[in-house]
Design a protein around this ligand. Structure first.
Ligand SMILES: Nc1ncnc2c1ncn2[C@@H]1O[C@H](COP(=O)(O)OP(=O)(O)OP(=O)(O)O)[C@@H](O)[C@H]1O
Length: 601
């Protein structure tokens, strides 16, 4: 194990490898896409999508095989009709009529059975593909730094994670199957039509090129109107995500009516684009329908004349028109797939933009387990800029012996939260290094580091679930006795005793039913359960009244006595009992002599 100061050096090959990864421009980041298996990443977004379909190839091939059998069975039905009319009815063969009628029922039953099995196989494989894509994207989102969450809107991320991903999955799973299915049905139907009457087949398809040209011509309009509907839907869901999390602000500034009007405006825009898209689909769908009717009429006219002349049997004409009906659908499916591909491209681009967001830190290839016990921290010449050219920290150094309590004082915007993010390895320093017990933080797995260094911040985030769930959050197993001990230490016992469901009391989605003090105490108990070596206190009592703040600070000191504590504040009074206070100014720390602490506010 490296001794003090002997952790991973900045020129260590493992770090150089990480640094070069992190410095690569995001536009070249194909191979950085998260893969479902953790294997080497595919270099393009269609390949990324395909990599989730591949593990389900067998199920999808089975579904494909069942579809083909379904197509064959479906195509057999008009042929049976022909035989019923020509060989049964017209020939007056009652026995054959009965046999063929029974055959028709059998074919119908088989077709239903196959499509039931097919639906189960297909829905399961399709859902598993979607879940794997979502899990991979969510895993990627969890690796992104605070900077990402500060710049992206939650509604936008949600609409990409939900609607766009589903669109990509639908196409990736559906398109190959639908295309092959349509091609086989089309080829089968046309071949059987040609077998029945080649000349009539030419009559039937004389209008097909016109249909293809029409659908190609209107495609850009269809795509534009579909995109407008998707963006409109994303706008409305984004509105709800943003507004519901800021409902208190809306109420406190009396903006309810204004917000309702804003929603009505968004709804109106959405309705306009929805109506436009629906009318467009209706018109686009109607024209080929008219052309199909014209083709069918031509077939009846021409074929009917041939039946009257005796050149074609009535059964053959009936079977022919049934095949014509079956060929029209697949032809339109194939044309529709081209439009769907373009719609999917839009969604895939939106998902890829999320995938191209880079994690700010990478776990080392061979992480060093941080030794437990003792929490000596050493910050050595750390430089960090959120934006190139304007560093927030400019060579900051700090030594905190194990078990010491030190304060960091600095005005708003000085870089205190940035320092906390570096201590928790949400970012890595751009120069310099931070050592815990002599080991560079970059040599440790972030999760292992965060188990040793806990942060108690200004806001105490809680998740929906019970109070106990929130206390145990992120920990594998916590004994009931240990949980109750932490609750008692954080002085939550009296309050919990008054709640009818105690620790099982559900915390509302935004935990607004809890006071700031109760939330902070829950967060404190959560820290206690983790037993960290270092506790970083980033203004944890700033939301409390003076008396509660003093009480909670005293409790923290009692509970974490002997552990390393770094108290961060812009108020000098909050740091009065620290062994040393460092003032953060112009991106560096200077020791603030204890007699100046009182003036700092
Ligand atoms: N994601 C970011 N992108 C760009 N600049 C950022 C980002 N986060 C913080 N900054 C900037 O870095 C500087 C330091 O911010 P930081 O939040 O660390 O200050 P602070 O001392 O914690 O302030 P406060 O006491 O108000 O929380 C500020 O100028 C801030 O605008």
């Amino acid at each position: 194990m490296p001794g003090p100061g002997g952790g991973l050096a900045a020129d260590d090959p493992a770090l150089t490898e990480q640094a070069s990864y992190l410095l690569r421009p995001s536009s070249h980041m194909g191979e950085g896409l998260p893969s479902p298996t953790g294997a080497p990443m595919p270099s393009s977004s269609p390949r990324w999508a395909w990599s989730f379909v591949q593990p389900h190839r067998a199920a999808l091939l089975l579904s494909f095989g069942l579809s083909l059998v379904g197509v064959a069975v479906g195509l057999a039905q008009p042929w049976l009709t022909k035989r019923i009319v020509d060989d049964g009815l017209m020939a007056g063969d009652a026995n054959l009529l009965v046999t063929l009628a029974i055959g028709m029922v059998g074919v119908g039953l088989l077709s239903n059975l196959l499509s039931g099995v097919n639906r189960w196989v297909y829905v399961r494989a399709s859902a598993l593909v979607l879940f794997a894509m979502r899990e991979s994207l969510y895993g990627h989102l969890q690796s992104l730094p605070p900077r990402f969450y500060a710049t992206w809107s939650a509604g936008d991320v949600l609409s990409r994670l939900d609607g766009d991903l589903a669109e990509v999955q639908r196409f990736a799973v559906d398109a190959p199957l639908s295309a092959v299915n349509a091609i086989f049905t089309l080829i089968g139907a046309v071949a059987l039509m040609a077998l029945l009457d080649p000349a009539l087949t030419l009559v039937a398809f004389v209008l097909l090129p016109a249909q293809i040209l029409f659908l190609r011509g209107v495609r850009p309009w269809v795509e534009r109107s579909t995109r407008a509907v998707r963006e409109g839907a994303a706008g409305v869901s984004g509105f709800f995500v943003q507004r519901l999390s800021a409902i208190k602000l809306i109420q406190s500034v009396g903006a309810e009516a204004q917000e309702s009007r804003r929603l009505a405006g968004l709804n109106q825009d959405f309705l306009t684009s929805l109506l436009r898209q629906q009318m467009m689909s209706f018109a686009v769908g109607g024209v080929p329908g008219l052309m199909s009717s014209a083709s069918t009429a031509a077939v009846f006219l021409w074929g009917g004349l041939r039946v009257i002349e005796g050149g074609l049997s009535l059964g053959a004409l009936i079977a022919f028109t049934a095949y014509l009906g079956r060929a029209t659908g697949p032809a339109q499916t194939l044309l529709g797939l081209v439009t769907a591909a373009q719609r999917t491209r839009v969604s895939l681009d939106r998902v890829t933009e999320l995938l191209h967001e880079r994690p700010a830190v990478l776990p080392p290839a061979q992480p060093i387990e941080p030794p437990s016990g003792g929490g000596a921290l050493s910050v050595e010449g750390v430089v960090f800029a959120h934006e190139a050219g304007s560093p927030v920290l400019r060579g900051l150094s700090l030594d905190v012996p194990a078990g010491a309590k030190i304060g960091v004082l600095g005005p708003s915007g000085a870089g205190k939260s940035t320092l906390v993010d570096l201590l928790h390895r949400h970012y890595d320093p751009q120069a310099g290094r931070i050592l815990l017990n002599g080991i560079d933080l970059r040599a440790m797995a972030p999760a292992a580091l965060r188990a040793r260094v806990a942060v108690l911040g200004q806001d105490a985030p809680l998740l929906p679930g019970s109070i106990a769930d929130n206390l145990r959050f992120g920990l594998q197993r916590v004994d009931e006795a240990v949980l109750r001990e932490a609750v008692a230490a954080a002085q939550l016992s009296d309050w919990l005793a008054r709640l009818p469901r105690g620790l099982d009391t559900p915390v509302g989605a935004w935990a607004s039913s809890l006071s700031g003090g109760q939330r902070q105490r829950i967060a404190l108990a959560r820290c206690l359960l983790r037993q960290p070596d270092v506790l970083v206190l980033d203004e944890p009592v700033s939301a409390l009244d003076a008396e509660s703040a003093v009480r909670l600070s005293a409790e923290i000191d009692r509970l974490f006595a002997g552990r390393t504590r770094i108290v961060i504040s812009h108020r000098a009074e909050a740091l009065a009992d620290c062994a040393a206070v460092h003032r953060l100014e112009n991106g560096v720390l200077r020791v603030d002599s204890s007699d100046r602490v009182g003036e700092a506010a």
